[in-house]
Design a protein around this ligand. Structure first.
Ligand SMILES: Nc1ncnc2c1ncn2[C@@H]1O[C@H](COP(=O)(O)OP(=O)(O)OP(=O)(O)O)[C@@H](O)[C@H]1O
Length: 254
């Protein structure tokens, strides 16, 4: 098995992603360092969500490898892969809540599925996670009874239920008004500070990219590979690539 940098929480080595014969991105090599907020950015359709699916064990690479720590995610046994999956949390675009279950039940689900905690231990943990995302007192509500921003926060409480080492967000601010999006960014920063988790975010929201990103890769749809990486603010200040600058300045030239 190939070895990779031991301080990287997550990495990709010569990753090529395809649907059937259609290559979406090729030769992606990058590392996500511990404690980073790592942004996967690029224009519509370049393959950001597809990359996320590869990183979380949902889609096997056409070529190359994904590492969680030292383990090559698609080469280890199914049992080992399941163990690795329990160390990550995912927040999907819509929050992906079960509509017939209360917020409490939604957050309790991974704890019931993956741990042997007693009902009272689970109750204590769920109430704690709901309070971390500012939803104390809403545990008996159904998803239909709360706003879009609150749904995302419940999704977040569920994603952190098992105290993940790495948290993945797919377009977290999609569908939120600018103020709710800003609040979600603040919450992501707070959670990073309190959980010490590494965070990977797919987004093309510039405000979020600059507010929370500490590292990034930029995927280009035309060349089908990554054309830049680094702290987004540094890329804005120093990148010589007009495609990257156009994206980071919303089409304005410098
Ligand atoms: N399940 C699938 N089967 C076949 N092609 C797919 C599938 N999912 C995505 N694609 C194609 O792969 C390409 C990349 O899609 P993806 O959703 O990863 O891009 P994205 O950068 O996340 O886009 P957006 O910013 O618009 O959400 C697109 O051309 C899309 O049509």
């Amino acid at each position: 098995m190939e070895q990779t940098n031991s301080t990287a929480h997550l990495s990709a080595a010569n990753l090529t992603m395809a649907y059937g014969e259609r290559v979406i991105q090729k030769n992606l090599t990058f590392e996500v360092g511990q404690g980073e907020i790592f942004i996967i950015m690029g224009g519509s359709g370049c393959g950001k969500s597809t990359l996320l699916r590869h990183l979380v064990g949902l889609k096997e690479p056409a070529r190359g490898q994904v590492f969680h720590g030292q383990a090559s995610l698609y080469d280890v046994s199914q049992k080992e892969q399941k163990n690795l999956m329990q160390r990550i949390g995912i927040l999907y675009q819509s929050g992906a809540l079960f509509s017939s279950m209360t917020l409490f039940e939604n957050v309790a689900l991974p704890l019931q599925q993956y741990t042997d905690y007693s009902p009272s231990e689970i109750r204590e943990l769920v109430m704690f996670k709901l309070s971390l995302v500012g939803l104390d007192g809403f545990e008996n509500h159904l998803p239909a009874e709360i706003s879009g921003g609150m749904k995302k926060r419940v999704g977040l409480a569920r994603a952190i239920a098992l105290d993940p080492e790495v948290l993945f967000f797919d377009e977290p601010s999609a569908g939120l008004d600018p103020i709710s999006a800003r609040r979600l960014d603040d919450l992501i920063l707070e959670l990073k500070a309190s959980l010490g988790a590494t965070i990977v975010v797919v987004t093309h929201e510039l405000a979020s990219i600059f507010a929370i990103g500490t590292d990034s890769i930029f995927l280009d749809a035309e060349t089908k590979t990554m054309i830049a990486s680094g702290n987004p603010k540094d890329l804005l200040d120093h990148s010589k690539d007009s495609r990257v600058i156009r994206f980071l300045t919303r089409g304005q030239s410098r």
